[in-house]
Design a protein around this ligand. Structure first.
Ligand SMILES: [Zn+2]
Length: 92
């Protein structure tokens, strides 16, 4: 049985329609930031237990970017919102 994800535009859809694009990152460093700061931003990610916010692309549906909260232990998803509704650079 397939897991279902509630897209805010399409409703409940099979998880296979979505592409996971990684965690909601920390704010982008300034262009002149130190190389080590950029390395951390681009390559290093946390590996949390429990709730984790990620960018998902509804590639098999409305093709909108979404932000989901996913529990890394149970893979349950909750709080699905369109990424365009989030305030950028706010430590999302
Ligand atoms: Zn959708």
């Amino acid at each position: 049985m397939s897991s279902l994800v509630k897209c805010p535009h399409c409703g409940l859809r099979p998880r296979e329609e979505f592409t996971i694009r990684g965690e909601v990152a920390t704010p982008r460093p300034s262009a002149g930031a130190d190389e080590a700061v950029w390395f951390d931003h681009v390559y290093l990610r946390d590996n949390p237990r429990g709730e984790h916010r990620e960018y998902w692309h509804h590639s098999g549906g409305c093709r909108r970017w979404l932000v989901l909260s996913r529990n890394t232990l149970t893979h349950e998803t909750s709080e699905v919102v369109d990424a365009s509704t989030l305030k950028l650079g706010g430590g999302a």
